[in-house]
Design a protein around this ligand. Structure first.
Ligand code: KG4
Ligand code: ZN
Length: 353
């Protein structure tokens, strides 16, 4: 089954064609990172307008690689995300599916991130139940995934998501948006010898599956204000702070994931969402699993670009959710259009389905 997928929940617009929920045939996207770097973050109205401009040229780029008449269905992110950005994607996908007379499959964004783990894998490689950490700019959750589309929510952040904390702390350190990759770059070649900082972690207690990053952020702000010295000294100190911040975040994420694994009798462990692009997070999770004697497969997205927002993950989710019967494709024009008036309350819904 060949699915054409569109993702526009935030600042990237991406199309992909995915076969049978695992094989990426083609991708075409437009990044707005240069625009939002100037404002230090995403301005929602700007993001939506850029999507309007990018939707058709990027689709043409995709059609040049894969003829539209080979497509079996169209998948689109239904939310959560920035309302204007989602509206552009939804109206584009609704129109295209009516025009091509192909089924339309709406996909929850976090469900999409989960199915990024299935891309470039053998079809039934991942064993359930999988204990899952979805960690991005907008979400920071733990789930037990019992099967396709079957999730039990185990824990969430009480304030910021880890990715959001990366973005805000990068800004405090004078680094560009998005924060995760710029902190990673800032720390290339950095030597942590003599790092004087140990930054706080919230709710670090056995069995506690809730997260909080506001205390950590405040502490970074306080420390940054105390930094003094020559330009060279300041650079080294900022690196010390960036490193201690990243260590604090990845360590608490890995710690909580292990606590969730212990509570869920997992057959596999998954980490997905933008922050799963962190090489350091992967190292720390691997080291915790070894230390705790957890001998089940660990999955991060097979390619780093599947960690951050992308359309291939939406195509994969659409395939697995419809073939397992958990989500029904919208077939008639009436069904497809029924998605539009529901937007206002569906976009922010907490449910993962
Ligand atoms: O999943 P995503 O692309 O968008 C949302 O759904 O939010 O995640 C974006 C987030 C940003 O906050 C970004 O700073 C973070 O993922 N991120 C990283 C890395 N790459 C992206 N955080 C830590 N390390 C990275 N290498
Ligand atoms: Zn995302």
């Amino acid at each position: 089954m060949r699915i054409l997928a569109l993702e526009t929940s935030c600042d990237d617009l991406a199309w992909a064609v995915v076969d049978d929920g695992v094989t990426v045939i083609a991708e075409s996207s437009a990044s707005q990172v240069d625009i939002h770097t100037k404002t230090g973050g995403v301005v929602p109205e700007v993001a939506a307008r850029e999507h309007v401009l990018a939707a058709i040229p990027t689709l043409e780029g995709l059609v040049a690689q894969v003829p539209l008449d080979t497509i079996d269905a169209i998948a689109v992110t239904k939310g959560p995300g920035l309302i204007g950005s989602l509206l552009v994607g939804l109206s584009t996908a609704i129109t295209l599916s009516v025009y091509l007379d192909k089924p339309l499959i709406p996909v929850h964004h976090i469900m999409g991130h989960t199915y990024a783990l299935f891309l470039d894998r053998r079809p039934h490689e991942i064993q359930f139940p999988m204990t899952l950490l979805t960690v991005s700019g907008g979400h920071n959750d733990l789930y037990a995934m019992q099967g396709h589309g079957l999730f039990t929510h185990l824990g969430a952040t009480r304030d910021d998501a880890a990715g959001e904390a990366f973005d805000k702390v990068a800004r405090m350190l004078g680094l560009s948006y998005p924060g995760g990759p710029s902190i990673e770059k800032f720390l290339e070649g950095y030597d942590s010898t003599g790092n004087p900082y140990t930054l706080p972690q919230s709710f670090r207690a056995k069995g506690n599956l809730e997260f909080s990053f506001s205390g950590l952020k405040s502490e970074v702000r306080r420390v940054v204000q105390t930094l003094t010295g020559s330009e060279e000294e300041m650079l080294k100190q900022r690196q010390h702070v960036a490193y201690a911040f990243r260590e604090s975040v990845v360590d608490i994420l890995a710690f909580k994931l292990m606590e969730a694994v212990k509570q869920t009798n997992a057959s596999s462990v998954g980490v997905t969402g933008g922050v799963s692009a962190s090489v350091r997070l992967k190292e720390v999770v691997e080291s915790y699993m070894k230390q705790e004697g957890i001998n089940v497969p660990l999955y991060f997205p097979a390619q780093r670009r599947y960690s951050t927002d992308n359309a291939a993950m939406i195509g994969a989710a659409a395939y697995w959710l419809t073939t397992s019967g958990e989500v029904s494709p919208l077939n008639t024009e009436k069904e497809k259009l029924s998605l539009a008036p529901l937007l206002s309350y569906r976009l922010g819904e907490a449910s993962i389905k």
